[in-house]
Design a protein around this ligand. Structure first.
Ligand code: SF4
Length: 353
């Protein structure tokens, strides 16, 4: 039995993985990575079998953000060439939502750039969500609108929103080096407000921001401790025009180790390989599904991902099935995966979700 098997046996028996266990995975030699993934894949299968949850991003508002998150193409001061627009009209948002559902998405992520929503913005999103739920009552809706104020999470819940996304992005000990216009504590408070209103918490991170291994583990443990049900792991896309434009720290094996460490720390959480997976995992995306159980279909916020058809082929080729598909065999079959391209994506540069 390998060290990796021993660690996983403990977690399968109900123990929490320790930060040291996660560091063992993050620092395992290249020749051991697939052994580590094989061990940790048992956790994935124990909680999610061979299913993959497909999520689809609806980018409601793009760019024009007053915050200074150093990784973000939509931030204040960013000169990235992205399409910028204010709120989509409801029928445009609904068209995008329908395209995602047709492509096999069981969760729609309704995202708007900015520090946080006004009450009017909340009402706008509430109207869209009501219309989506009327057409597709079984589709989960996750809202991602920034920092929340009192009462806003309750209103979203009342409108039918199932989950709220607000990433911590990085470790508390590293946070000030990536953004100065809001604090780590602000972010944690919003996650807690969402949970307090009965929304499922979706909170994750961006890897490759200059954090140490210890800080990566610090962030993963923080996400477990705050009870994040869904953990998106983004891999930094170093945009031209942002302070991180020269930051290239990730390799495919490093990304695989990060996802494996995330699964080890939060074995029962939905683990999503998010923005940057195509660029950084490259040919290991299929291997990554052995530990991650969720992905975004097609494009990211201001980013072009691989085609929806390629995503569905990736899932099927590795023996996985799309969660919630009535006929999994038909998802991704020729002609069923729409050529999804949203307004704002498909421009010259990709973006971190
Ligand atoms: S991550 Fe969000 S809050 Fe930060 S700059 Fe980008 S859109 Fe604004």
């Amino acid at each position: 039995m390998t060290t990796y098997d021993e660690i996983v046996e403990g977690v399968l028996a109900g123990a929490e993985a320790t930060p040291e266990d996660a560091l063992t995975i993050l620092r395992c030699p290249d020749e051991d990575v697939f052994d580590a993934v094989a061990a940790i894949a048992r956790l994935r299968r124990a909680h999610f079998g061979m299913t993959v949850k497909v999520n689809y991003l609806v980018n409601l508002k793009s760019g024009l953000c007053p915050e200074d998150c150093g990784y973000c193409s939509q931030a204040l001061g960013s000169t990235s060439e992205i399409l910028k627009y204010t709120w989509l009209k409801e029928d445009e948002a609904l068209d995008q939502a329908r395209a995602g559902v047709r492509g096999g998405a069981s969760r729609l992520c309704m995202v708007a750039s900015g520090r946080g929503p006004t009450d009017r913005d909340i009402e706008r999103v509430a109207g869209m969500v009501g219309a989506i739920k009327e057409e597709n009552p079984d589709v989960e809706v996750c809202a991602c609108l920034g920092l929340l104020r009192d009462g806003q999470a309750d209103r979203l819940r009342e409108a039918g929103v199932d989950a709220y996304n607000h990433n911590i992005n990085t470790a508390e000990s590293h946070h000030e080096s990536i953004v100065t216009t809001h604090t780590y504590e602000d972010r944690v408070r919003t996650v807690a407000m969402a949970q307090g209103a009965g929304l499922s918490a979706c909170s994750g991170l961006i890897a490759g921001l200059g954090e140490s291994d210890e800080q990566l583990v610090e962030a993963l443990v923080a996400l477990r401790d705050m009870g994040s049900d869904s953990v998106p792991v983004n891999f930094l896309i170093p945009f031209d025009g942002t302070p991180k434009q020269e930051t290239w720290e990730l390799t495919p094996l490093r990304c695989l180790r990060i996802l494996a460490a995330a699964r080890l720390i939060s074995p029962a959480a939905e683990l999503r390989m998010a923005a940057g997976r195509e660029m950084h995992l490259r040919s290991l995306q299929g291997m990554a599904l052995q530990v991650a159980n969720s992905l975004f279909l097609g494009d990211y916020l201001t980013a072009e991902g691989q085609s929806a058809e390629d995503d569905l082929t990736l899932i099927a080729d590795h023996g996985f099935t799309v969660l919630g598909a009535d006929d999994p065999a038909s998802v991704g079959a020729a002609g069923t995966a729409p050529a999804i391209r949203r307004r704002g994506a498909g421009t010259s540069v990709p973006a971190n979700a």
